[in-house]
Design a protein around this ligand. Structure first.
Ligand code: SF4
Length: 63
């Protein structure tokens, strides 16, 4: 699983960092930061939830 983001679309709502704190964080401006670009399978459920609930559709996964 590979995680990518479009930080220019992020609106800083924070769902991703709340739902999958091992993989997503927010910078000082509140914009998404990816902590792990290739998280393990144990983190898949949280990442997929974050992708689904991101209001700006900024998060993407492959694989
Ligand atoms: S859930 Fe989406 S909009 Fe909110 S901080 Fe994360 S990437 Fe940005």
């Amino acid at each position: 699983m590979r995680v990518t983001t479009e930080q220019d679309r992020c609106v800083g709502s924070g769902q991703c960092a709340m739902l999958s704190p091992e993989v997503f964080d927010q910078d000082d401006a509140g914009l998404v930061v990816v902590l792990q670009q290739e998280p393990g399978e144990d983190l898949r459920a949280g990442v997929l939830q974050a992708v689904d609930l991101c209001p700006s559709r900024s998060l993407h996964v492959e694989g």
